[in-house]
Design a protein around this ligand. Sequence first.
Ligand SMILES: Cc1ncc(C[n+]2csc(CCOP(=O)(O)OP(=O)(O)O)c2C)c(N)n1
Ligand code: SF4
Length: 283
Amino acid sequence: MVKMSDYAGKPPAWCPGCGNFAILTAVKRALVELDIEPYRVLMVSGIGQAGKLPHYTRCNVLNVLHGRTLPAAAGAKIANPELVVIAVGGDGDGYGEGGNHFLHSLRRNHDITYLVHNNQVYALTKGQASPTSDLGFVTKTTPHGAWMPLNSLAVAIAAGGSFVARGFAGDVDHLVGLIKKGMHHRGFALIDILQPCVSFNHKNTHAWYRERVYKLEDTDYDPSNRLAAFEKSQEWGDRIPIGVIYREDRATFEEQIPALKKGSLVKQKIDPRQVEVLMQEFV
Ligand SMILES: Cc1ncc(C[n+]2csc(CCOP(=O)(O)OP(=O)(O)O)c2C)c(N)n1
Ligand code: SF4
């Protein structure tokens, strides 16, 4: 049986009270509850406070450029579909720098779980407005207030996301359940997690989120209805829904690659003569 201590990494260097601690606990708990051994897991991240999460675990870790998390994670999954691939990043990393990769990962339906720590600010670089900052949010880069925020959940549904969910770092038990559901899902599972940044976002605080979030499971909401999901994704303000917003079953990217029918690329034999032919063609 896998234990929490199997995933214990270095002590985090986050500010006391940061929402990232709860997300770290939730990821480890989900992996332990699913009894997944660390050697089977690859965590991929870019740059940012959120991007440090894999460093504080003990499993395979790939740390790439800011905004380039998803193509690296997708490449690893294609090479070895047996890996459990979890991509991690901030809202700036995922929806700003990595916005293009976000769109195409959704439509291709790579079989990976993507956790976005959405603190509505660029935290590592000390508090600039991010793509999800609330309208009017004042920062050094937006002294007159941030403009229209990106609705990442609506974008995800529109771009063909097959699992679109929102969690809250202030409710670890609920978040563990969501991460487990995302990992069980065949295909790209986006979990946007409301993550209070106590140092650089004094508007969207723990208390601000807690007053507003409610669980979709406590209502009669049906996450299989795409139009209803799009409507639900617009809800933001006095009430903020958490839980699975949209879910559908469809073929994953990896299932559609003919070369993978013979098994993982990493396990397939390489014929040196074919490599030679390729070299001749390209050199
Ligand atoms: C291509 C590139 N652009 C900008 C930076 C500078 N940079 C490093 S971290 C960061 C902000 C990260 O914010 P976010 O992704 O929201 O994560 P958080 O720190 O809030 O968890 C920026 C702009 C960089 N390292 N590389
Ligand atoms: S700056 Fe914000 S996101 Fe970064 S560790 Fe501190 S509280 Fe967390």
